[in-house]
Design a protein around this ligand. Structure first.
Ligand SMILES: *[C@@H]1O[C@H](CO)[C@@H](O)[C@H](O)[C@H]1NC(C)=O
Ligand SMILES: *[C@@H]1O[C@H](CO)[C@@H](O)[C@H](O)[C@H]1NC(C)=O
Ligand SMILES: *[C@@H]1O[C@H](CO)[C@@H](O)[C@H](O)[C@H]1NC(C)=O
Ligand SMILES: *[C@@H]1O[C@H](CO)[C@@H](O)[C@H](O)[C@H]1NC(C)=O
Length: 505
């Protein structure tokens, strides 16, 4: 007796036999022997054994054996389709039974499906629901006892599909975690040669072409920048080439920043500290001082706001005292991770921010903005020609107190420089102390300006500056790079002039 017959008998016995498919006959017997539940069937199987022989011999000669008009079928399906595989035998008799196989694995016997994805049907067909490319295989149905077979090759795949880590994700959305590794593959089922083209639109809509190896994109250590729409197009020379997209969402740990790392304040004032962050899923922010997470109190309150590219939590510190000075941490966390940014609160001026420049010939005017509640008493400008070693310094001495309720100061400095690429930075002092140096501002003075008198009609760019607020600048120790500036000063100009004034923003 062979395996098929045993299975056929199992079929007749009913559902209990579902367990036994695919096992070698000996193994099945062992199982039965070991499992008391099956003891009662032993006899029936033995009886069946003899019956089998009878059935084969007793095929009524008046019936012709079952046969198939076609023994090899092909079915093309798209991922997600429900596919019916037919087993349409001629001369199918009551004593016939049907077995369905995928490769050599039994997937259904008669109408009882053995594989969970398969549904048996009354007419011996089977239904495969929501097929995926993994269902592409050789299937056959076999009519017992004559063992005639019909083979069906199932091919699942749109003309083009996008697989993410081998799952079909064509025209769908996927969520990745930061740091994970994934592959996107564009697979085509086209008869000819088609050129695979991948493109990527990031969240801002910017489009890029993407490098790939035989249609495969490897995303190593996924990052926020990988989020967006990926499109694959199989350029087969036709007017409507097959294409598909996949939308990739990336979950990432918070990115935290502040536009004011140093916050200037004064005794009795209210200080605001800003914490800007982006995160997916949404992040939760805390402010920490001296190792303690700050809670709402008379001293502290918090304000959350949404901006275009980030969310912001503002910490408001009321009635500042010396003990409120120092380092604050803004800590933001989500399920992926956490990050933080430091904010220093002090009475010193904030770090100057470069605002704008005008370069006319070799005359350069630079503007910075500084916040300080306390009056600024001094400013210092450093500049240097790229490739030189030493900063030249211009100390801008000032004594004047300005009348304004706003706390933003504008520093303007004008000088003449030789052609070249220059770096400049400033720091300022208030009644309490010095600020940090600003970030270096880099600018280029073009060659070829030597005509005398060329600048006579030039006006300072800040025409609206009240003349009373222009201050004479002093000059500190200078390096070689300043040669031109010194010459101009000797000519009697007020070329090294610093304008220090408060403006409204
Ligand atoms: C069997 O039944 C299914 C569902 O009713 C049908 O789609 C299929 O065409 C039938 N097969 C044959 C060979 O008639
Ligand atoms: C496919 O491309 C190869 C190489 O470019 C070429 O030799 C072959 O003829 C092409 N086949 C078809 C069907 O276009
Ligand atoms: C900002 O917060 C809102 C909810 O308060 C959230 O939906 C959004 O994703 C957040 N934006 C960023 C960039 O984290
Ligand atoms: C000085 O400040 C006060 C109050 O802010 C204002 O009323 C006054 O007009 C200002 N004076 C000048 C000259 O700007």
């Amino acid at each position: 007796m062979n395996k098929t017959w045993l299975l056929f008998i199992c079929l007749l016995i009913g559902q209990h036999c579902v367990c036994c498919h695919g096992l070698p006959v000996d193994a099945q017997k062992d199982d039965y022997q070991n499992d008391p539940d099956y003891d009662s069937y032993d006899d029936e199987i033995d009886e069946g054994d003899t019956g089998v022989v009878d059935v084969t011999e007793d095929v009524d000669p008046q019936y012709s054996p079952p046969y198939f008009e076609k023994t090899d079928l092909r079915i093309e399906a798209k991922p997600g389709d429900n596919v019916v595989l037919n087993c349409d035998a001629r001369n199918f008799q009551l004593n016939n039974a049907v077995m369905w196989y995928k490769k050599e694995q039994i997937i259904a016997s008669g109408q009882s499906a053995i594989s969970p994805r398969v549904e048996g049907m009354k007419n011996n067909s089977i239904l495969l629901k929501h097929v995926t490319p993994e269902d592409s295989d050789e299937y056959y149905c076999e009519i017992l006892p004559q063992k005639v077979q019909q083979h069906t090759t199932l091919r699942v795949g749109a003309r083009l599909s996008i697989l993410c880590d081998d799952r079909d994700v064509t025209d769908r959305s996927q969520t990745f975690r930061q740091g994970d590794h994934h592959t996107l593959e564009c697979r085509t089922y086209l008869p000819g040669n088609a050129t695979i083209k991948w493109s990527f639109n990031d969240i801002s809509g910017q489009q890029y072409t993407v490098e790939h190896q035989n249609g495969v994109i490897v995303l190593d250590s996924v990052d926020e920048k990988n989020a967006g729409f990926y499109q694959c197009l199989a350029d087969d020379g036709s007017r409507d080439p097959p294409h598909g997209t996949v939308h990739i969402d990336v979950q990432y740990m918070p990115l935290v920043s502040t536009h004011r790392h140093h916050v200037n304040t004064e005794k009795g004032a209210t200080a605001e500290l800003y914490c800007d962050y982006r995160a997916k899923p949404i992040g939760r922010s805390y402010f920490i001082k001296d190792g303690k997470s700050l809670q709402i109190s008379e001293k502290y309150s918090f304000k959350d706001s949404m901006h275009k590219a980030h969310n912001r939590t503002t910490l408001i510190v009321r009635d500042v005292m010396d003990s409120d000075l120092g380092e604050y941490l803004c800590h933001v966390e989500n399920s992926i991770g956490s990050n933080e940014v430091k904010v220093q609160v002090s009475y010193d001026p904030e770090t100057p921010q470069f605002e704008s420049e005008t370069i006319e010939g070799n005359k350069v005017t630079l503007h910075w903005l500084v916040r300080s509640r306390q009056p600024l008493s001094e400013a210092m400008l450093n500049y240097l020609l790229t490739a030189s070693q030493k900063w030249s310094t211009v100390a801008m001495l000032q004594t004047r107190r300005h009348n304004n309720t706003d706390n933003i100061w504008k520093i303007t400095h004008q000088m003449e420089l030789n052609s070249g690429v220059w770096h400049a930075r400033v720091k300022t002092k208030n009644t309490h102390g010095w600020s940090q140096f600003s970030k270096e501002h880099i600018f280029t003075v073009q060659d070829g300006f030597s005509k005398e008198g060329e600048y006579e009609t030039d006006q300072p760019s800040d025409m609206d500056l009240p003349p009373g607020e222009i201050m004479q600048a002093g000059i500190g120790p200078v390096g070689r790079g300043a040669a031109s500036a010194i010459r101009q000063l000797n000519l009697g100009g007020v070329l090294l002039a610093a304008l220090l004034l408060r403006i409204r923003l």
